[in-house]
Ligand binder design. Structure first.
Ligand SMILES: Cc1cc2nc3c(=O)[nH]c(=O)nc-3n(C[C@H](O)[C@H](O)[C@H](O)COP(=O)(O)O)c2cc1C
Length: 213
């Protein structure tokens, strides 16, 4: 069995999204030991954002007319899509940045969609886990309710456009302990972390069960 794991955090040290995704991965491994994992860290090893427009237009053109840049972009989109198509299950870890989608994750999605093979939902029905982390808190009744403009879009792509069987684990208040202005929320943040770690382990078990059946 194979797992494709994508991390979008722009840091390695102290990354909460990586830590939560590690729990999903470890739980998956415990229940499916013979697993191959393909990793792509788009936050630390970004895909050039200029490659998307090149690939999107080149895909509709005659390959014989490709410039070197167009060929490189199409080859990259093909390689990224090969990685996606060859996995049995998926783990995506994507932080909230500037109230929106990580540009690195967005470029990766754009590149995948530029590959014509993805137009017919080739990975429909495969299991996936999305790990979302946010520095603040955006729940119902909070001052910034509705300000997370990332998670809804990611879910739209993964669930509706690609047809994945998606489970989501969300962790909020990751900036508590970092930003002193949030110190009053320490107990709440600690409980949120405990809860999301439990959910992450459950999702890992589910991923193993549904991708190995
Ligand atoms: C440049 C930058 C912008 C951020 N923007 C937001 C934001 O708009 N809202 C929010 O809740 N947290 C924001 N954060 C906080 C991150 O979501 C939070 O630190 C998260 O834990 C980062 O993921 P990581 O721990 O996996 O690196 C931002 C962090 C950085 C570095």
């Amino acid at each position: 069995m194979s797992l494709f794991r994508l991390d979008a955090s722009i840091r390695s040290e102290g990354s909460v999204s990586r830590a939560i995704a590690d729990i999903v991965e470890t739980s998956w491994r415990e229940h499916a030991p013979d697993v191959e994992i393909t990793r792509r860290s788009v936050g630390l090893d970004p895909i050039p954002s200029t490659s998307w427009a090149l690939s999107a237009f080149a895909q509709r053109a005659d390959p014989a007319t490709f410039s070197l840049e167009q060929k490189a972009a199409v080859d990259l989109a093909t390689a990224l899509t090969d990685e996606l198509l060859s996995a049995d299950a998926y783990l995506f870890a994507v932080p909230l940045y500037n109230f929106g989608v990580s540009e690195h994750f967005k470029t990766w999605v754009d590149m995948i969609i530029s590959d014509p093979r993805t137009g017919t939902q080739p990975i429909k029905g495969r299991p996936a886990v999305l790990v979302v982390v946010r520095g603040g808190a955006y729940g119902a009744g909070t001052p910034r309710e509705g300000w997370d403009h990332s998670t809804g879009w990611i879910r739209r792509i993964l669930e509706d456009v690609w047809g994945l069987e998606l489970r989501v684990v969300e962790t909020e208040f990751t900036l508590v302990g970092v930003n002193p202005a949030l110190d009053e929320f320490k107990a709440m943040a600690a409980q949120m972390r405990v809860d999301s770690e439990r959910v992450a382990a459950e999702h890992g078990r589910h991923l193993a069960a549904t991708s190995t059946n």
